[in-house]
Design a protein. Sequence first.
Length: 407
Amino acid sequence: MLLVPPFRSFYLGRLVSLAGSAMTPVALAFAVLDASGRPGDLGVVLACQLVPHLALLLVGGAVADRWPRRLVLVAANLGAGLTQGAIALVLIGGAYRLWLVAGLALANGAIEAFTSPALRGIVPELVARDNLQRVNSLLSATGSAVKIVGPTVAGLVVVAVGGGWAIAVDAVSFVAAAAFLARLPRISPAPAARAGLLRDIRDGGRVFFAIPWVWPVALAYAVINLVNVGPWQILGPALTRARSGEATWGVVLSVRAVGLLLMSVLMYRLSVRHPLRFGRLAGALGACSLIALGLGFDPVWLAASAFLGGVGFAASGITWESAVQRHVDATHLGRVSSIDDLLSFSAIPLGQLLVGPAAAAFGGARVALACGITFAVAALAPLGVRAVRSLPGAPRPIAEPEAAPAS
């Protein structure tokens, strides 16, 4: 049973945090639009969340390897709760000013840069390495489930009392998560992480590119995000509405989420001998959604393709998370994770900016099809590297040392 201390406290913290955060996109969008009446304001606020997140990710990775990850996560969740609470108060109190909300969004994005590397790094400290795939499957299933329910709940809260109150719920969830995470054992960082932040970052980059199976898969994810997120988010609703109406797009997204959830549950039980080989092959299924969109499939087949896409994303993500946590040395895990995140997240806004002009020049369907094919090629390309194909699912005999004992 995985839900025993100390992982139980971590899981409960992630559950309440994810539940609150799942409400925020809907709540923030309607709250800013209602307060300002200008869609451009929402774009500024969202950009202010993303830019510091990307700018500080490498620093966040170094911090996650330098200081106890439990301490980093508690401080980050309290900071996120404070900034989200301040945004909620501004919106609820009718004191909306773009500069004020944007400034708070900047702080919130900066805090997130310190959260994600510590989250990925702390899991191997809490569970046995043989259980990492099961743990990541459980976390993935939980995330998928709250993403299905959260936006609907947020919509109801927005209609009933306004978007500011839904953001306030997210603020409370961060504080509750910090309370759960504070109960985790105090794991001391390795002395090797005590050089200097810039030197730590350079050392993390050296390790990232020295591991022969890490950088090919990370670069593949960057290409996938470049050709998938923007086209799917922008061309998906546009092409679907033109062919069969707005309701179809909602159904497609729901079916895709079901695919993510079901595969996450299946991966809890599935034993994979070569996780990256399996993950790359299954990950190519993620291209089905864009290919079906580009080929103009009818709603039933588009939904079926989206389901396969969700299956592929879940299998790929879970095997990748587990492989990194199992085989990357604990003293570099935060920095390696932050470089991986930086490559992936940086590609998303670039793809979002390029998809509009590309669709205007070549047609939305052709762009979606080309992106789907590129997605499939990028997902499979790392299999050309022997280290990717042969990485075992169980720890190597020379695996990195176990985490330091609690102090």
